[in-house]
Design a protein around this ligand. Structure first.
Ligand code: XMP
Length: 510
């Protein structure tokens, strides 16, 4: 792919992905590379600029990540952020010291708006800081272009060499003009034209896939999740019937979901195979109560079913994988081949013979994958699908799983989701679902005593699913949901709402 390129050089900061996303949001393609990448390799990628990320260390420790002076002499613009800014100062002969007081959080800063970096922003605004060390003496040829009350050099520049550094984090939304500052770096300093767009990406990806596949056959395990669905749509457009998708329906999806996935792909040009394996999964799960055992059984069975179907197709040439960029970055350097497990539950099939992998989403972030899905006319319910665990409802039924419990949970969960959507909360609550507990309690319906299940509702807001808060669903919405579920679904006579955060709880109950 021939795009303008910005390289984010990762020194171990927590925002490396965020920086890359911000740059792409500004229509410039961007990759994250480790600071250990050889300079010659970086040069060969022909970047328009570098951004050095923050990092957890002090530049003076022996173990701290560093970089050769050579990179500053390549004539390619560099923006250092936080640790990256201190490193620039340190390597080029300036001084970095530990400040008496750490600066953390929102901090008002003054800007020299005659600098290209701060062009067209106000002279004073809020930045987001997170540091103890700070630059105390400028390297030769540099001048300070921003300061705060406790940080005299909050930014510096050497415009002749295209070198810029900021102590604060322009990539986080708390920095008021962060996006303008990044834009200035890209368009005024690196002088890019901004040639990264989803439409462009589709065309390039399609050409690349066609060139690689030729007359070969491609196999894809379609789960109905966002990544595999978008991948199927993209490959269908690129290679049509050379693509075969196997959709293993384990019977533990949400209500109607299997049919909806089939419906979404039936009209596209591709071979779509749906395997209704619900009975088979239930048989394997009979009497199993331990969550990790459930996961393991489902993962293994999924692979077996997939392999059996794949074997019927004879030899395939390529296996398509919905690996996306965060998977690649999380592997460390962005170079190692990460193979995302199918469906997030199993691993790669052992007994499918193929010569190579195809991973056209490998360079995209999740929000870009969704944009791509929309460009490819996938329905919203697939593009905006909330995360759904590979083992499905099996881990939302506490204790042993029976066909009846699956059906009770599907019906209750459906009503919950329907009412959340009606209340207009479906995009603001990041994940929400019902859990069928194994607890039964006494209730009264009409004139009869009941002894039925307690259903738990869970709704969370989160940006990364590592931590989460419970969603503040209004009482009247909860009330409608509760009334409908107990009236419309048999065997549920009590409903509770989960009001714990993660940690200490997890999002799922199992
Ligand atoms: P927890 O429950 O660990 O969940 O707070 C965090 C996120 O991961 C999802 N999750 C899973 N996804 N296979 C998956 O593919 C699993 O076994 C699994 N367990 C949890 C969960 O839905 C949430 O989004």
């Amino acid at each position: 792919m021939k795009h303008e390129l910005i390289i984010v050089l990762d020194f171990g900061g927590q925002y490396n992905q965020l920086i890359a996303r911000r740059v792409r949001d500004l229509n410039v393609y961007c990759e994250v590379k480790s600071y250990k990448t050889p300079i010659a390799e970086l040069k060969a990628m022909n970047p328009s600029g570098f951004i050095f990320t923050g990092g957890p260390n002090s530049v003076y420790l022996d173990t701290s990540p560093t970089i050769s002076k050579e990179i500053f002499e390549m004539g390619i613009p560099i923006l250092g952020i936080c640790y990256g800014s201190q490193l620039m100062a340190h390597v080029l002969g300036g001084k970095v010291e530990s400040a008496e007081k750490s600066e953390y959080g929102m901090t008002s800063a003054d800007f020299d708006t005659s600098s290209l970096l701060f062009k067209d922003i106000p002279e004073k605004s809020i930045t987001w800081m997170s540091h103890t060390d700070r630059i105390s003496a400028l390297p030769e040829g540099f001048k300070a272009i921003s300061h705060t009350d406790s940080c005299p050099i909050a930014a510096m520049e050497n415009p002749e060499k295209g070198l810029y550094a900021v102590q604060f984090h322009p990539e986080v939304s708390h920095t008021e003009y962060g996006s303008n500052i990044l834009r200035n770096f890209l368009y005024n300093v690196c002088r890019v034209s901004g040639d990264w767009s989803m439409k462009n990406y589709i065309n390039t990806a399609i050409n690349d896939v066609r060139a690689k596949v030729g007359d070969g056959k491609v196999l894809l395990a379609l789960s109905g999740g966002v990544d595999s669905s978008v991948l199927a749509a993209l490959l269908s457009k690129a290679i049509g019937n050379k693509l075969t998708c196997i959709f293993v329906d384990h019977g533990l999806m949400r209500k109607n979901e299997g049919d909806e996935v089939e419906e979404a792909f039936k009209s596209r040009e591709l071979n779509f195979i749906r395997v209704n394996a619900g009975k088979r999964f239930l048989a394997k799960l009979a009497g199993v109560t331990e969550p990790e055992t459930k996961r393991k059984i489902i993962g293994e069975e999924f692979i077996r079913v997939f392999e059996e179907e794949a074997r019927k197709l004879g030899k395939v040439d390529f296996l398509a994988q919905g690996t996306i960029y965060p998977d690649v970055i999380e592997s460390g350097t962005g170079d190692a081949a990460v193979i995302k497990s199918h469906h997030n539950v199993g691993g790669l099939p052992d007994h499918v013979d193929f010569k190579d992998l195809i991973e056209p989403l490998r360079l995209l972030f999740k929000d870009e994958v969704r944009r791509l899905g929309t460009e490819l006319n996938l329905p919203d319910f697939l593009v905006w699908r909330q995360p759904f665990p590979g083992p499905g409802l099996a881990i939302r039924i506490i204790g042993d799983i029976t066909e009846e419990k699956v059906s009770i949970l599907q019906d209750a969960d459906y009503i919950f989701r329907e009412e959340i959507a009606k209340a207009g909360l479906d995009r603001s609550i990041n994940q929400y679902f019902a859990v069928l507990t194994s607890m039964r309690s006494v209730g009264v319906m009409g004139d009869f005593r009941t002894y039925d299940y307690t259903l738990a509702l869970r709704g969370v807001t989160t940006s990364d699913f590592m931590t989460a808060d419970f969603a503040r669903i209004p009482y009247d919405v909860l009330s409608r949901i509760s009334a409908r579920i107990v009236n419309e679904v048999s065997h549920i006579n009590r409903i509770v709402y989960d009001i714990t955060t993660k940690p200490p709880s997890t999002i799922e109950w199992e």
